[in-house]
Write a protein that binds this ligand. Structure first.
Ligand code: AHM
Length: 346
């Protein structure tokens, strides 16, 4: 009989082990990550049951599938907010699901040093068709003094101030990946013990990939530079580093996760009707930019490093280009060439 390998590190063991190498650390960040892991496990259970809602039903509900499944957004939001509020490391949160940030108004929270921003269930339009979805989170050190209530300025920090960021992908298996400045590590949920176990230590984004991910349906509404890059991808052959493959799930967590592991470029550019695109700077672009940069990749909005954008609103949107260094360099060259052509022939 093959014994199951029980020597792999769990998320808790890993964060505690990392603490031992940082004698000055207080353990607050580890505690916060553990809280996030707990909420992720609870959300995972409900996400896995989503398909059963129709069979099991809910007393009195009419459109069970559509309505209740979508309520998972709210369920996930409440789980993440709840664990962070009950924990000892988080002074307040901002969520893609909520119009305003929430400051936790109790003695312990007011004295906590971190704030957390999250998208509790990204790609939720995919829940009822059994496609992978995810949670994305970013952790910042608060700017306001300990002991006082948090304010908007604690949440409107540029991404380069992130202390940690991560995501959970609820897919064929459930994974939690998180980054600090020291590295990116991935943990797969082992359902037999209910723990996230270190499965992808020290993730590096391959410098060159062959996958590009974009919604082709918007092609004619993209800028010329983006169209040029897509054409470049389509024209790749064996001779010039190709062929490239187009893969687009429409669930950012799953799309970026795949490209991070295999090498690739994900983009959600602005369009003529929505120049800022669809994705949110604080809840989607910044955490992924942080993770991918720590792993050796690059993330921009087409003209500026995502992590250097100064946010002005909690829910602002941004175009996003993110992925392997080599592919991002190719993209940037296409964007530059087209903007040079435009300035000569406006
Ligand atoms: P949602 O959470 O409201 O479903 O929207 C976010 C998702 C991202 O995960 C994904 O990258 C994008 O929307 C896909 O949008 P589109 O269908 O326009 O390509």
């Amino acid at each position: 009989m093959n014994a199951v390998n029980r020597t792999v590190l769990t998320l808790d063991e890993f964060t505690i082990q990392s603490l031992r190498t940082l004698p000055s650390a207080t353990g607050e960040l580890s505690t916060l990550l553990r809280d996030i892991g707990l909420a992720a496990k609870r959300v995972n259970v409900e996400v896995n049951k989503a398909g059963l809602v129709d069979i099991l039903g809910d007393a009195g509900s009419v459109n069970v599938q559509g309505e209740d499944v979508k309520k998972l957004d709210i369920y996930a939001n409440n789980q993440f907010m709840g664990v962070l509020q009950r924990g000892v490391s988080c002074a307040g949160i901002a969520s893609e699901e909520l119009d305003e940030f929430v400051g936790f108004d109790d003695e312990v929270s007011r004295n906590s040093k971190y704030v957390c921003l999250f998208d509790p269930l990204d790609g939720s339009g995919n829940i009822d068709v059994n496609v992978s979805i995810g949670t994305i989170f970013a952790v910042y050190r608060r700017l306001t003094p300990l002991g006082s209530p948090v304010t908007l300025e604690d949440f409107l920090q540029p991404g380069n101030k992130q202390v940690a960021a991560g995501y959970v992908v609820y897919g064929s298996s459930t994974m939690l990946v998180y980054a600090t400045r020291r590295g990116v590590n991935g943990f797969t949920l082992d359902p037999s013990i209910g723990e996230f176990c270190l499965s992808h230590p020290d993730i590096k984004c391959p410098e060159q990939g062959t996958i590009y991910s974009v919604n082709h349906g918007h092609f004619f509404r993209y800028d010329d530079g983006v169209k040029k890059y897509i054409n470049t991808c389509q024209n790749k052959t064996k001779e010039n580093g190709g062929p490239y493959t187009q893969r687009y799930i429409g669930s950012m967590v799953a799309d970026v996760h795949r490209n991070l592991i295999k090498g690739g470029l994900f983009m959600y550019p602005g369009t003529t009707d929505k120049p800022r695109g669809k994705l949110r700077l604080l809840y989607e672009a910044n955490p992924f930019a942080f993770i991918v940069e720590v792993a050796g990749g690059v993330a921009t909005n087409g003209s500026q490093r995502i992590l250097d954008v100064e946010p002005t609103q909690l829910h602002q949107r941004t175009p996003l280009f993110i992925g392997s260094k080599g592919m991002m360099a190719e993209l940037e060259s296409c964007l530059r060439q087209e903007s040079a052509t435009e300035s000569v022939n406006p």
